[in-house]
Design a protein. Structure first.
Length: 405
């Protein structure tokens, strides 16, 4: 009987793995996200591309200046349901067919003001706006929210550390110690998880990066730029309580182009990173792991080179890169990377772009984007179920890829 139970359990695991491979979704995250009006005008052309959805921003009508762009203002002011109503109504008019996994982006770190885990009013504003955004996502038929925890504030003079970052213990505004801040980050995350799943049961919260930024690297946790983020995500998982899905988007895989890199990252997130969680069991059961891939990885540094003439920049030209980086602009390598990521992921892979445009107002079919990359993306989707076996976890003390965060 015991042997039969073990065999049944093994088949169950295989079935779950196969189901997750079959359901892996590919999301477009362009540097300039489309808003609800762009989607309404151009969704038919957008859905020609081999994606399952897109990251979008909300432009709030009737407001002036930066307040119009909700993504970058979620900590600056409280948005009402009435202000968001035109956004919802426009999105409800979009005839989505292929794009069924769409995410409204919300930045959760300020660019222009201090923000601390023990601040009261800013957290009230952020949580209230996340509730408004989640309710809007539900009404509009979106899959959920993309939470971007990156600190986009400028660094202090002579430093690389962003001036404002709620997840950086070194930026704390009280005398409390790191363990106290970890618990407070947990409480903040739990409040967010509870609030958004109450208005949108079944919501997906896709993080650009999550616990990976707290656990990968050599510095002690209190000295890491996002040392409190893992505890915040632990709280998200607790607050969601199975009523929503939380995804570690793992932005650090931007330059990955080989199967073994995705395997090592997945194993590390399921092994050593799990050990740093405040609730390892819930982490195991509830956190999904995805991957981000930057199609034109770090093309900005290349395209700003004075020796590179012309606009749009020829980001896809291998001769512009040193030999050791030319694999980053090889369509076949890109196809293999996307296939591997879809195979290893628990459900989501997102493609970030800066220079190439999947779609623009002037040309909804795209600009500065060689057709070879579109075809590579389509091939990767077909090869995904067999492209790269998902690994087991790396045991505690094993090798962990270092984060640049």
């Amino acid at each position: 009987m015991r042997g039969r139970c073990c065999l049944w359990f093994w088949f169950l695991l295989v079935g779950i793995a196969a189901a997750s491979l079959a359901c892996a979704r590919l999301i477009a995250w362009p540097d300039a996200e489309p808003d609800q009006d762009f989607l309404r005008r151009h969704i038919a052309s957008m859905e020609v591309k081999p994606f399952d959805g897109v990251v979008l921003q909300a432009t709030v009508p009737g407001l002036e200046g930066s307040a119009r762009v909700f993504t970058w203002s979620a900590l600056a002011r409280r948005y009402s349901v009435e202000e968001f109503r035109p956004v919802v109504e426009t999105l409800r008019q979009v005839p989505f067919r292929r794009f069924r996994h769409n995410f409204l982006r919300v930045n959760v770190n300020p660019t222009d003001r201090p923000f601390d885990m023990f601040d009261g009013e800013p957290w009230d504003i952020l949580v209230g706006n996340l509730v408004t955004a989640a309710a809007a996502a539900r009404e509009a038929g979106l899959r959920g929210l993309l939470l971007d925890p990156e600190a986009y504030a400028d660094p202090e003079p002579g430093s690389r550390i962003p001036r404002f970052n709620v997840f950086d213990f070194r930026r704390r505004r009280t005398i409390q110690e790191f363990p106290v801040y970890r618990q407070q980050a947990f409480h903040r995350g739990r409040a967010v998880g509870r609030a958004v799943t109450e208005v949108y049961p079944g919501i997906t919260l896709l993080l650009a990066f999550g616990p990976s930024a707290s656990c990968l690297g050599r510095d002690p946790q209190p000295e890491r730029t996002y040392g409190l983020l893992g505890s915040f995500v632990d709280g998200l998982l607790a607050g969601a309580g199975g009523r929503g899905t939380v995804v570690e988007g793992f932005e650090f895989s931007y330059p990955y182009r080989s199967c073994d890199r995705f395997q090592q990252a997945y194993a590390s997130l399921r092994g050593p990173c799990r050990e740093l969680s405040l609730d390892p069991r819930r982490y195991d059961q509830s956190l999904e792991i995805g991957f981000g891939i930057w199609l034109d990885y770090d093309s900005g540094s290349t395209c700003q080179d004075p020796a590179v003439a012309g606009r749009p920049c020829r980001w896809f030209d291998p001769s512009l890169y040193p030999p050791e980086r030319r694999n980053l602009v090889d369509p076949e390598q890109f196809a293999r990377a996307v296939g591997a990521a879809l195979s290893v992921s628990d459900g989501y892979v997102w493609i970030y772009t800066t220079e190439p445009k999947w779609w623009t107002e002037a040309n909804p079919l795209g600009e500065n984007l060689p057709e070879a990359y579109v075809q590579a993306l389509a091939r990767a989707r077909g090869a995904a179920p067999h492209a790269c076996p998902r690994p087991g976890p790396i045991p505690p003390g094993g090798a962990v890829p270092e984060s640049n965060r």
